[in-house]
Structures are given as C-alpha cells and as structure tokens.
Design a protein around this ligand. Sequence first.
Ligand code: ADP
Ligand code: MG
Length: 273
Amino acid sequence: MEPILKIEDLSVSYGAIKALQNVNITVNKGGVVAILGSNGAGKSTLLKTISGLVPLEQGHIIFNGQDISTTSVERITDLGISHTPEGRQIFADLSVYENLKIGAFTVKETQITPDKVYDEVKKRPRIKQLLDQLGDEGETITLTKEETIANNFARVYGLFPVLLERKKQIASTLSGGEMQMLAIGRALMGSPDLLIMDEPSLGLAPMIVQNIFKIIKELNDSGITVLIVEQNALQTLKIADYAYVLKVGKVVNEGKAKDLLNDQSLIDAYLGK
Ligand SMILES: Nc1ncnc2c1ncn2[C@@H]1O[C@H](COP(=O)(O)OP(=O)(O)O)[C@@H](O)[C@H]1O
Ligand SMILES: [Mg+2]
C-alpha cells in the first residue's frame, strides 16, 4: 500500500525541551493509524508539526509524495490535511453553521465521482445535467467551489444530524459530545484526504466516547485516512490498523493494532486503561 504520510527522522524542540526525537511514522492510504502515549509524550506536538503550526528542527514530513516540512499551515490544509485540535477549539461565540463555514475556507473546485455527490447537490439542474452526460464508471465531474461547500455541508449534516438541528445555535451552548462533532464536522468541511485528530474522546462521557469512535470508523470507511492521537488506548486500538507508542518524545513501540491489543505487558506499562 502507498503511504499518504511519511514522517522521517523528525525532531522538534521548544527551546531546551526536546518534545520529539528521531520519530519515524508511516500512514498508509485508507488506514487508521494511532499514536498512543501518556501526557507529555509529544502527541500534540507531532500533530501540530504535521499541520505546520510548530516548526520542525530536523527531519522530513512527506504528504502524498510532497515534502511539506516547511510548508505554511494554509497550504497544508489546502493540500488535504485537516486537524481537529486538542480541546476542540471551536469558535464559542459563533453559530454551528458559521463554525462549519470557516472549515471550508480553503476549499476550491473539486473533481468528484458521482457516488460522493449528495442528494441535495445532485438535484441541482447543472449537476443533474453533468451526471446524465457521464459515461464510463469511474469518471468524475467538477464541482465549483460553492457546490463543493454545499456538498460538504450535506455530508456533515448527514453524518451529524444534530448539527443540522442546531445549525443556528451558538457553539458555546452545545454539549461536549456535540462540540466534538462540530470540531470533526468543521475539519470535514475542508475536504480532507487525511484527518489528524488530537484526543477526540478527551473529557467525554463513556457513551459519547463510543459514539465518537463509531463515527471515526465510518469516516474512515468513507475513504478518509485517519491519524489519531489518544490516551484511551484500548478503544483506539479497536478501530486502528497500526499504532505507535510515544514515550517522552520517542517511539518506543509499534505494531499492528491487534497485536498491541493482545500485549498485556505493553498495555500495563505504557497505556494504562
Ligand atoms: N508551547 C510549548 N512550549 C514549551 N513546551 C511545550 C509546549 N508545548 C508542549 N511543550 C512540552 O513538550 C512536551 C510534549 O508536549 P505535548 O506534545 O503537548 O504532549 P502530549 O500531547 O503527548 O501530552 C511536554 O514536555 C510539554 O510540556
Ligand atoms: Mg496533547
């Protein structure tokens, strides 16, 4: 399988603090890769470095074959990486709709296969005509920027009906689980190929956590590659294909998720409950 993301010999420091040291990580296209580790292991730093928020000291980050080690945040989003930050960081004073709209700020026209076009957009006369003219299977149509945004709204509202019901509601009045859905929805508005998620289950009630993991699995099934950082090791390994364990900035273990799940000594030593 082809890697969508390759992290090579990555080191990151905050002044004298070495947050990541010689980290190597591969994320294959279509997979779910987990980064596990306790507080302070460097998980958030890793994701911030991938999305260009924190500069790297050494090494390379390759996305779809392109070196993005020194690329700007905006350009990285534009290339197809969306980040759901730790603590969600939604705009508290804005409505659900406005928050989602912001997530689409880098969206441009897109080439898309008909199965990825949602009914609301399919109904539009221009799209209907384009779809009628399509010949062979696998052919794509081009959605304008505005149509792409409408299609992404349809996707997000389909995935999270509660966000549609509450689209005019001010974000600060949502529950914790709804805020996480909004954070994920906002990331999806950017049409990502790779979704990087920082502790999506943090601070949520167990039942809501189950639901969030189910949604992540569904997103992955719909074609988005996922790189997820979590302290909730057991739940995460159940939806992941492959995992890396970080400890004070270094990869101390890696393997297929199902092998790590069966390694009780590893779970006890690094991952806790
Ligand atoms: N902005 C920052 N300035 C200085 N040190 C930081 C900063 N952010 C994180 N660190 C330090 O880097 C290390 C890794 O932090 P972080 O990536 O947040 O870990 P995790 O997400 O695994 O809890 C910790 O020692 C943390 O204190
Ligand atoms: Mg963190």
